[in-house]
Each structure stands twice: as structure tokens, then as C-alpha cells.
Design a protein around this ligand. Structure first.
Ligand code: G3I
Length: 429
């Protein structure tokens, strides 16, 4: 626990001091990111212990609906729209002051058969895509920080997936979808989202070409989502991850890790495995921290109890930051310490004049006993912190600048303007 004797805008600075524990989103923001978030799903929201962690916006400042914004839920029959289940998640996020990444609009999977098995002309399927996106993005207008507009268009060899969209429309469905999304919500950040594009190779190159194709067609694309479904010991190096992020940033798009988890390919895991998993998570977090246009990291749920892995990859799992009993793993502490270190570095560049006295604990010591992690607080110390410049009166790019209950700055640093995302969150864009 830490005690702030003087609550100032330097909160982030204080939390970032080595030995001070902080929540992941709090630390990510102090390190200059927009959020650290998690996916969730409707059935999980009846688990109160889980919800108590998920709803803490200091821990998870961003939520992605794991399923119920997908086409099979939102337009199960042609022209019949249903946002009942999607709204449960978006309402949850808004009630808790969490940013929404909305997921997804055009995807071959969880696509109702009336779309995937229809006999469409190009004009008909274009109308179907336009109507779907106009309705769904229109329904959530102003609520979604970002949309995964097109999801997983590529095969692993970099060729296009032969789904109904590509078979009927070729690559033209890409700009069609992005234009439709921009028309329905001009303020949403529009992403292409895929897996196995996080490291260099044919698929990453093909994803770069997707960005270029969309841009060449005059459609807006603001970001690329790197899902980040990795395997313990098989996660790409931080260098490779960083280089790939930078190759996308060179095309003037944001980047984000959107579905991060690192699974064991066989179980049970041992202490060495958990240590490796921590390093693997660390490589991904380190890559995002190294790239200023990496806006944030989303884990594809934070608790093994609700991971998608075991039902898809039999015998594999334990991919999340928390064990089933909501105990944090070594990977959690690795992520936390990297974010805290980055926040400290950030604060040394842009900190305030506040002089604050805080009581801190020492860095948690993690003891592994086969599958159980214990965090032991060994001592406590008092630190006096003197930092340098005046507190900022304006909010920086991406920072919060308004919303119900917001007491921070409401004016954005030039050239950004404060845009309302929802009743609880306005942001400098
Ligand atoms: O809702 C039904 C329930 O009524 C039924 O009893 C049950 C029986 O199997 O199925 C339930 O639906 C499942 C749904 O998740 C909700 O739990 C589906 O079977 C199951 O296939 C579906 O899996 C989802 C998967 O996408 C589908 O491809 C996962 O939860 C979801 O986490 C996963 O997410 C994807 C991203 O959208 C895109 N990137 C990859 C990622 C992981 O596969």
C-alpha cells in the first residue's frame, strides 16, 4: 500500500517510483500510453470476484467486448439488428469510466450463414457491408475509442483469406468497410486487426500492404491491431516486435497490442515456465513502450478462468496474467515493473514542482511454489520526492480532458482538441 500525503497531478510520477505498487492502467498512462485493458465477455460479468478486478479502471482502463459485437450477435438475420448483448459490455465499460475498443465489423468467423453462404453480386455484398457497418457503428457512435473494422483478412502465408468478402469483392472490401465506418462515426479510430503479423515475415508484409491499399483507395485507416496470441518460449524477441511496430508507424498509423496472451503449449507449468512467460509478456510490453505510437495493450482476458485457449487448443492454457483464483502471476509483476520503470523515465522528463511525501512498500518479492505465487511485502520506507517543472494545466495528446466526475484539465495542449467519447470520457485528439 502507498499513502499519498499530497494528491497532485504528479500522482502518476509517484506511482512510478521503484517500490511503489501501481495498477497496470495507471502505470501505463504514467508511461505515456493511453490505456492498459482487457477483453471480457457477457457470461463472465456474473462472477463478482472477477468483476471486482475488471471494473477497476486503474487496473484496466480499457475494455474490449470479446464476442457480442460480432456479426453473428448484432445482425443474425439480414436487416435484423440486435445490440442487447453488446450493450451489456459497453454499458459496463462506460459505468466504470473505461475506454472501449470495439470488436469487430468484418470477419470471416462468427459470421452468420446468411452472409457467408449467400450468393452475392459485388453490389449486393457492398450494400450488406455498408448496412451492417452503418447500423452497428451508428449504434455505438461516440462510445468506441477504436473499431476493429476488418479482422484477420490474411492467411498465415500472407495471401488473402478466401472468405465471402474477398471472393466476391477482392481487396475492394477493405476500403469499403473503412469508409463506411468513418461515415458512421468520424471520431472513432479505425483499425485493421490480425494475428501473426507481430513479427517480420510474409504475413506482416501483407498487412503493411493492406494499410497501403486502404490508404491508396482514399479511405481512412488510423491503426493496426497486433493480436499477440503467443506461446511461452515462442514469443518473438522485443527487437523484432519493435521493428515490426515501427514499420507500420512509418505508414502513419497507430499501433496497439489488442489481444495479448501467452499460453503454455503443455501443462502443468513449472517455475521456469512461469519465469519464461513473464519474460515473454515483458518483450511485448517493452516493444509497445519503445514505440510512441503504440497506444496501448489489451490482454485477451486477464484471468485463466475465462481464457479462450483451453477450448481451442486442447491441453494448452494458463495464458493470462492471473491464475484462475485471481492471484497475479510472475508475468503480472513483470508487466507492472516494466510499466513503472517507463513511468519513472517519463516523469524525469516531464514532472511537476510538487514536493510530496509518500510511504512506499519495497518491491514485491515473488515466491513460486509450483503453481502458486505469493507476494511478500518485506519492508516499508518513507521517501521524499522533489520533482522539477510546474504542474501542467493542459491535457496532452490522448489524455482525458473531461467526463462525469473528471477533475483534471479540460483544455488540450495545442494542436489537440477535447472530444467527447461518452458521458464519462473526453479525450484530447
Ligand atoms: O454463446 C454460446 C453458448 O450459448 C453455447 O452454449 C456455447 C457452446 O459451445 O458456445 C457459446 O459461444 C461460444 C462463444 O465463444 C461465447 O463463449 C462459441 O462456441 C465459441 O466459439 C466462441 O469463441 C470465441 C472465438 O473468438 C470465436 O472464434 C472466443 O470466446 C473469443 O475469445 C475469440 O476471440 C477471437 C477474436 O475475436 C479474434 N482474434 C482471435 C480471438 C481468439 O480466438
Amino acid at each position: 500500500m502507498h499513502l499519498l500525503t499530497k494528491a497532485t497531478t504528479a500522482t502518476a510520477v509517484l506511482l512510478a517510483i521503484p517500490g511503489v505498487q501501481g495498477n497496470l492502467n495507471q502505470l501505463a498512462k504514467a508511461a505515456g500510453k493511453l490505456y492498459f485493458g482487457s477483453a471480457t465477455d457477457n457470461s463472465e460479468l456474473s462472477d463478482s470476484a472477477y468483476v471486482n478486478v475488471l471494473k477497476n479502471k486503474d487496473e484496466f482502463g480499457q475494455i474490449t467486448p470479446g464476442n457480442t459485437q460480432k456479426w453473428q450477435y448484432t445482425e443474425p438475420s439480414n436487416g435484423v439488428f440486435d445490440y442487447t448483448q453488446g450493450d451489456v459490455i459497453t454499458n459496463f465499460a462506460e459505468a466504470n469510466g473505461q475506454i472501449l475498443r470495439c470488436h469487430n465489423l468484418v470477419w470471416h468467423n462468427q459470421l452468420p450463414s446468411w452472409v457467408s453462404s449467400g450468393s452475392w453480386t459485388a453490389a449486393q455484398l457492398t450494400d450488406v457491408i455498408n448496412a451492417h457497418i452503418a447500423s452497428e457503428v451508428g449504434h455505438y457512435k461516440g462510445q468506441c475509442y477504436a473499431w476493429d473494422v476488418v479482422n484477420e483478412a490474411l492467411n498465415d502465408d500472407g495471401t488473402f483469406r478466401a472468405d465471402v468478402f474477398y471472393n466476391v469483392l477482392g481487396t475492394s472490401y477493405l476500403p469499403i468497410a473503412f469508409k463506411a465506418a468513418a461515415a458512421a462515426d468520424p471520431d472513432a479510430r479505425l483499425y485493421y486487426n490480425d494475428y501473426n503479423i507481430e513479427y517480420s515475415g510474409a504475413k506482416a508484409t501483407a498487412a503493411l500492404n493492406i494499410v497501403k491499399t486502404i490508404q491508396a483507395a482514399g479511405a481512412p485507416i488510423h491503426g493496426v491491431g497486433f493480436q499477440g496470441h503467443f506461446i511461452v518460449g515462442g514469443t518473438p524477441s522485443q527487437t523484432d516486435l519493435t521493428n515490426v511496430l515501427n514499420s507500420f508507424v512509418a505508414l502513419d498509423v497507430d499501433v496497439a497490442y489488442t489481444e495479448l496472451d501467452v499460453r503454455f503449449s503443455s501443462l502443468p507449468a513449472n517455475a521456469a515456465g512461469y519465469a519464461q512467460q513473464a519474460n515473454d509478456y515483458g518483450a511485448v510490453v517493452g516493444a509497445c513502450l519503445a514505440v510512441s505510437r503504440c497506444v496501448g495493450i489489451t490482454v485477451w482476458d486477464f484471468d485463466d478462468k475465462y481464457s479462450w485457449i483451453p477450448s481451442t487448443f486442447s491441453g494448452q492454457g494458463e495464458a493470462c496474467l492471473y491464475w484462475q483464483n485471481l492471484t497475479a502471476k510472475p508475468a503480472y509483476y513483470k508487466v507492472q515493473s516494466l510499466l513503472a520503470a517507463a513511468a519513472t523515465a517519463t516523469s524525469s522528463v516531464s514532472s511537476s514542482t510538487a514536493i510530496s511525501t509518500i510511504k512506499t512498500t519495497s518491491t514485491p518479492t515473488t515466491t513460486l511454489v509450483t503453481t502458486i505465487s505469493k507476494t511478500t511485502v518485506t519492508s516499508s520506507t518513507t521517501k521524499t520526492i522533489t520533482t522539477a517543472a510546474a504542474p501542467t494545466k493542459t491535457a496532452a495528446h490522448w489524455d482525458q480532458c473531461g467526463g462525469n466526475g473528471w477533475t483534471g484539465p479540460t483544455v488540450c495542449a495545442s494542436p489537440y482538441t477535447c472530444k467527447k467519447q461518452n458521458d464519462w470520457y473526453s479525450q484530447c485528439l
